[in-house]
Design a binder for this molecule. Structure first.
Ligand code: ATP
Ligand code: MG
Length: 522
């Protein structure tokens, strides 16, 4: 006998200007169960979740809670009924403390305004929540001081603060460390034992396999299929998501010529907020160098220093053999070095501008140096936007669509497209495929490969080991800000990278000084 589901969605439809985001989707989740929802970027996952959390109202269709029709009047209505959404885009009040954030929006639920709550009790409760998820921050610390992973954990702690019956996690692990992710799995198991229902959205299919009791696949705003626990496999999910088998995710990399010129040379560099030990490495034309390490190892900081977002305190950076002085992103770009940043909502995009506008931003000189009249510039801008949108398969109703309205993964593609339109010498990608679906992933990899083939030096920071192994000609590993080793392609393995990333001493092959030409073996 099947129990009455905790929450059901029946034939839900939702239209946004220019796009039918949901085209008759049905879904149910039972108490004590983890349901994963997967699908390509723009499939409608977040939209459906926002409907279940009272943020959007459906155009048609129905929700049911405990078998009874449910008409949510808003997010706080949903919260009162125990339906909690942890957003894909972080949603914290940055200038408030961790404690304040944990209780924010719950005043109603708790029958008092924030100020009425006993400060000490609140702090104690906050402490309890933080230790429950194993997060080591002070309750009075400001959220703006925390790195993205810890902010995400605060969001998760906040969801636990109420008497949740359903917790929806929309890509919760995209900025978590492995340890935090493991802790999250334990929290989910715990919630299930207490009869809480969990909806889990992720593009990382190995996570889905770990967490889900059942998988529901969405495609183009419709149900594409469902998998029960013993049917869940990577291939089965991909087949339903993309509608075909995806044979090769990573492009076949070509061997790097040993005499390829060095494009980027970092010599004994130190920088503000960096490690005391200076960092040195080289990247040759046509090479893709993976920068691996645990979250917090200092990879993003290093990239920021090279891109002029952090002040260098020593050492030298050379591009194509010439020493360059990089004081700001403008001088980095002028020197031919680009960074596609990790925190794209903050650094990568103008969310209120259109797709076209965002593509054009960093290319302004390229578009205007032709010295043409405004309308010509405009039409070139339009052409460029169309080309990039097609090349990257950006799912937008038109190039005039506001970027803030695109799905998370499609925003990432716009950031990448923005940089690719330039003719860079060196490109640093920081977590290029975070939140990006498998189909788009293979396109981003193909683009990286294309850049390398055109002689660009590519540095790829990634926490996704599979991606590091799949794409890199050579891997540099950072541990606590220091380069702890270097692995040529022939010595690459998950174990070898993890060994160095966790501070293990380099073995013989990982101590190799100069880049070796990489073979075709993969
Ligand atoms: N507020 C909005 N206004 C206009 N269009 C929107 C809005 N929110 C979502 N859309 C569109 O609805 C479609 C579904 O988007 P949604 O965010 O639900 O996708 P998703 O499955 O969560 O994708 P991702 O994996 O990239 O996060 C997309 O085409 C998106 O551009
Ligand atoms: Mg989404």
């Amino acid at each position: 006998m099947n129990p009455t589901p905790l929450l059901e969605a029946h034939n839900v439809r939702k239209h946004f200007p220019g796009v039918q985001a949901l085209d008759g989707v049905s879904l149910h989740v039972n108490a004590g169960e983890a349901l994963a929802v997967v699908g390509e970027n723009g499939a409608g996952k977040s939209t459906l979740m926002k409907i279940m959390a009272g943020i959007h109202r459906p155009d048609a269709g129905e929700l049911r809670l405990d078998g009874q029709p449910l008409h949510l009047t808003g997010a706080s209505d949903a919260l009162r009924r125990g339906l909690v959404l942890i957003h894909q885009e972080l949603n914290l009040a940055e200038n408030l403390s961790v404690t304040a954030n944990l209780f924010l929006g719950r005043e109603e639920v708790r029958g008092g305004v924030l100020g009425w709550l006993d400060n000490r009790r609140m702090k104690a409760e906050a402490g309890g929540l933080l230790s429950r998820i194993g997060l080591d921050v002070r309750p009075d610390q400001r959220v703006s001081e925390l790195p993205p992973g810890q902010r995400q954990m605060v969001e998760i702690a906040r969801a636990l603060a109420g008497n949740a019956r359903l917790i929806i996690m929309d890509e919760p692990t995209s900025s978590l460390t492995q340890r935090e992710t493991d802790r999250l799995y334990e929290v989910i198991d715990d919630l299930k034992r207490q009869g809480v229902a969990v909806v889990y959205i992720s593009h990382r299919l190995d996570e889905v396999r770990r967490v889900a009791d059942r998988v529901e696949v969405l495609r183009d705003g419709r149900n594409a299929g469902a998998l029960s626990r013993d049917e869940i496999s990577r291939d089965a999910m991909i087949r339903l998501m993309v509608g075909r088998d995806l044979k090769q995710l990573y492009p076949r990399r070509h061997a790097i010529r040993a005499d390829a010129p060095v494009r980027l040379e970092v010599r004994n560099v130190t920088f503000v907020g960096g490690p005391t030990a200076p960092v040195s490495f080289k990247v040759r034309a046509g090479e893709i160098v993976g920068l691996a390490g645990l979250v917090g190892a200092g990879r993003t900081e290093l990239a920021e220093a090279l891109f002029g977002l952090r002040r260098l305190t020593g050492g030298e950076v050379r591009i194509e053999g010439r020493p360059v002085t990089i004081r700001s992103p403008v001088s980095a770009i002028a020197a031919g070095l680009l960074l596609a940043p990790e925190d794209r909502r903050r650094h990568g995009l103008v969310l209120t501008d259109s797709v076209q506008g965002n593509f054009a931003l960093p290319n302004f000189d390229q578009l205007t140096t032709a010295g043409l009249l405004g309308w010509v510039v405009f039409s070139r801008e339009k052409q460029l936007a169309r080309d990039l949108t097609n090349r990257l398969h950006v799912r937008a109703s038109s190039t005039r669509q506001i970027v803030g309205q695109l799905s998370g993964g499609n925003q990432q593609k716009v950031v990448l497209g923005k940089w690719l339109a330039r003719k860079p010498r060196v490109v640093i990608f920081d977590e290029p495929t975070r939140g990006v679906d498998v189909g788009a992933r293979s396109e981003i990899y193909a683009l990286m490969d294309e850049l390398a083939a055109a002689g660009v030096a590519v540095v790829m920071i990634s926490s996704d080991l599979e991606e590091i192994l799949g794409m890199s000609d050579r891997v540099l590993v950072l541990h606590e800000g220091r380069l702890t080793g270097e692995l040529p392609r022939s010595a690459l393995s998950q174990e070898a990278v993890m060994h160095l990333a966790t501070g293990g001493a380099p073995t013989e092959s990982s101590a190799a000084e100069s880049p070796r030409p990489s073979g075709e073996q993969a």
